[in-house]
Design a protein around this ligand. Structure first.
Ligand SMILES: *[C@@H]1O[C@H](CO)[C@@H](O)[C@H](O)[C@H]1NC(C)=O
Ligand SMILES: *[C@@H]1O[C@H](CO)[C@@H](O)[C@H](O)[C@H]1NC(C)=O
Ligand SMILES: *[C@@H]1O[C@H](CO)[C@@H](O)[C@H](O)[C@H]1NC(C)=O
Ligand SMILES: *[C@@H]1O[C@H](CO)[C@@H](O)[C@H](O)[C@H]1NC(C)=O
Ligand SMILES: *[C@@H]1O[C@H](CO)[C@@H](O)[C@H](O)[C@H]1NC(C)=O
Ligand SMILES: *[C@@H]1O[C@H](CO)[C@@H](O)[C@H](O)[C@H]1NC(C)=O
Ligand SMILES: *[C@@H]1O[C@H](CO)[C@@H](O)[C@H](O)[C@H]1NC(C)=O
Ligand SMILES: *[C@@H]1O[C@H](CO)[C@@H](O)[C@H](O)[C@H]1NC(C)=O
Ligand SMILES: CC(=O)N[C@H]1CO[C@H](CO)[C@@H](O)[C@@H]1O
Length: 553
């Protein structure tokens, strides 16, 4: 913000204080929302009635982050908070008084994953967790950030992640050089899953109203699964990837992680839409639907939902996990109670071929090198001097204290990607095979063969792959929790999985642009089961600061 804007915001803030004192006393009878669970609708209602302001919200979320991020349980969900957020909140509070809210996100704090670009002059870095991008200057906000700001949302900060969106090598989920090891709020040192680890953890305990993550293969739906939140992985091309540190334009997509399907639908309606800076978004059907209209308790009545069991429920990656299987079978019964017909099994004809295919790796390795090099090229400045993937590999080797966690020094994926030599016939063949395996002979074939409206699977493990290579959507909602007597396993040098109380999610899958339907099914299931609040985070991981603590201060 320039100094004039800063000055104006300061005046606005002063004006606002006198007005809000009056408004707060007028609405004293409504209880303040509990920020552990507060919905966007509750927050917007409180802002609109003048019960509290966006400045109060920012102060409260900052205090909650302070309590648990580096202190106490050391969740390390947040890499940076926005030094301009209080001024932006004051300006948006004043605008609300004059003109009313711009949208359902007016004055709402949103945390975004650190691979999503935010302009440097606001005071935050965009680094994908890597020191190689510290203090780099990006040309402009990401397309999704532009949409958030236009809607009046406030970027609260940047979320920790698995470095490079987990495209680096054999590293623990949720670890980045800059952010350290992010951990789960449901069990001490629990694996948060990644790569949108901090986004999932932050939404799970109200360190932010909502957050954004990105998925290339599993990076929204797995943290949603493991942190008891709702995640939407949109069709590739529904949300803009312009200004997002890439892995591959064929698979990357940006989506919300929120405490409810309703909140996730509100955010998706705002961030979706065409962006001239990402030509994949120009192929989407217009106009963008209002996903909130999909929220109906009867949306599963008469729908046919298929269970593609082959591989997925029979695989060592999902482990054919007895606890996951128990809650999943219960979910199938619930869907029947909600009026759906369950078609089981409804296998993807390509299931075993996908399982044995290396086509995804060929495409991602090739795309990453080209697109990451283009990212470094696009920077206005980068003080580390790193200008390419080749430089990055050397930078990591030369800076072990910054970029190598204890007992994990792996950057095999970076090295593998550096060895690729650009687009050639094998690459195009793999790209075509991915479409065929994931879509034509995969998800679309199963939907057609069994006349289905959607597919359903437990969220963990192999579930994400067909949708990843097809570019198709997934909506994940809370399904259950590991019981207290589960045997604790290791997930990395410093993290555990499974462990007592760690959440498990349920994923709805469909064809391209079927988000509207999937959101409806997920909502009906969520409302019927109310799983999220059946178990809360462990006591030390629940921040205690509430709005009342920062009001009047
Ligand atoms: C990036 O982070 C560093 C260290 O935390 C901070 O000093 C700097 O102001 C940030 N840079 C930008 C461009 O926001
Ligand atoms: C986007 O533009 C590139 C060339 O700039 C082109 O090769 C590609 O096919 C376009 N993609 C879409 C989905 O329009
Ligand atoms: C769905 O049902 C829940 C109660 O089970 C209710 O709170 C909610 O308002 C209903 N949603 C709609 C859109 O009617
Ligand atoms: C599960 O795997 C076994 C062998 O590992 C195979 O015989 C069986 O057909 C598989 N079942 C399904 C449903 O895929
Ligand atoms: C790609 O998939 C096809 C079809 O399953 C398979 O024949 C081919 O071997 C795969 N290629 C790679 C590199 O895995
Ligand atoms: C395409 O390039 C890859 C390395 O990126 C190489 O492994 C592969 O053999 C090449 N294919 C052809 C047909 O040259
Ligand atoms: C865990 O407890 C449940 C009852 O809550 C019991 O059914 C199950 O057998 C126990 N599992 C183990 C591994 O002890
Ligand atoms: C790292 O490895 C060494 C040797 O195997 C082991 O003693 C140490 O406990 C490990 N540290 C962590 C944090 O896992
Ligand atoms: C907001 C916050 O707590 N940021 C911290 C994230 O973790 C890094 C590494 O430990 C710290 O330097 C930041 O201050």
């Amino acid at each position: 913000m320039g100094s004039l804007a800063r000055f104006i915001a300061w005046i606005w803030a002063g004006l606002l204080l006198s007005q809000s004192a009056y408004l707060v006393s007028a609405s004293i009878t409504t209880p303040l929302p509990d920020l552990y669970e507060a919905s966007l609708t509750e927050l917007q209602a409180g802002l609109t009635s003048g019960q509290f302001t966006s400045v109060h919200l920012i102060k409260a979320y900052f205090a909650r982050i302070e309590e648990v991020n580096l202190q106490g349980p050391e969740l390390r969900a947040v890499i940076e908070t926005n030094p301009s957020a209080l001024e932006e909140a004051a300006a948006l509070d004043y605008e609300r008084l004059l003109y009313g809210p711009r949208s359902a996100l007016h004055g709402i704090p949103v945390l975004v994953k650190d691979n999503i670009g935010t302009v440097a002059f606001e005071g935050m870095n965009t680094t994908a967790g890597s020191y190689s991008l510290l203090n780099s200057i990006i040309p402009e906000d990401a397309g999704v950030v532009k949409r958030l700001r236009k809607a009046g949302a406030i970027i609260l900060g940047k979320a920790n992640l698995s470095e490079w969106a987990h495209f680096r090598g054999n590293l623990a989920s949720g670890w980045s050089g800059r952010g350290g090891q992010c951990t789960n709020a449901y069990y001490p040192k629990g694996d948060p899953c990644g790569s949108s680890a901090g986004s999932g953890v932050a939404s799970s305990i109200g360190l932010s109203a909502v957050s954004l993550g990105t998925e290339t293969d599993g990076s929204i739906t797995c943290p949603a699964n493991q942190n008891n939140v709702v995640g939407i992985k949109p069709t590739v091309g529904l949300t803009s990837r312009a200004g997002v540190i890439p892995i591959s334009e064929h698979q990357d997509t940006v989506g919300p992680l929120a405490r409810s399907t309703t909140d996730a639908a509100i955010v998706l309606s705002i961030i979706a839409g065409p962006d001239p800076n990402d030509n994949f978004t120009l192929a989407q059907p217009t106009p963008v639907p209002d996903y909130v209209m999909a929220l109906s308790n009867s949306s599963l009545v008469g729908k046919r939902i298929g269970v593609p069991r082959a591989v997925f429920l029979n695989d060592t990656l999902t482990g054919n996990d007895p606890y996951v299987n128990v809650v999943f079978e219960q979910a199938l019964e619930t869907l029947k109670e909600l009026g759906a017909t369950i078609v089981d099994p409804a296998d993807l004809p390509s299931a075993y071929e996908i399982y044995n295919s290396n086509n995804e790796t060929v495409v991602l390795d090739t795309d990453f090198k080209i697109q990451l090099n283009a990212w470094y090229d696009s920077l206005i400045a980068n003080p580390s001097g790193v200008a390419s993937l080749e430089d990055l590999i050397m930078f990591d080797n030369n800076n072990p204290s910054l970029e190598e966690p204890t007992n994990y020094t792996d950057q095999s994926i970076l090295i593998e990607s550096q060895a690729t030599t650009g687009f050639n016939s094998s690459y195009y063949q793999s790209l075509a095979f991915d479409k065929e395996l994931g879509a034509t002979r995969g998800i679309d074939a199963a939907l057609e063969m069994y006349t289905l409206d959607a597919l359903i699977l437990p969220a963990p493990g192999y579930t994400t792959v067909p949708a990843a290579i097809a570019g198709y959507p997934i909506v994940t909602v809370p399904l259950g929790f590991y019981p207290d007597n589960v045997t604790i396993g290791s997930a990395g040098p410093n993290t555990v999985y499974p462990a007592p109380g760690l959440p498990i999610g349920l994923s709805f899958l469909g064809t391209a642009w079927s988000e509207y339907d999937l959101i409806g099914y997920a909502y009906a299931y969520e409302q019927k089961t109310q799983t999220r609040l059946m178990r809360k985070a462990y006591a030390a991981a629940i921040p205690t600061t509430q709005l009342a603590d920062v009001m009047g201060s």
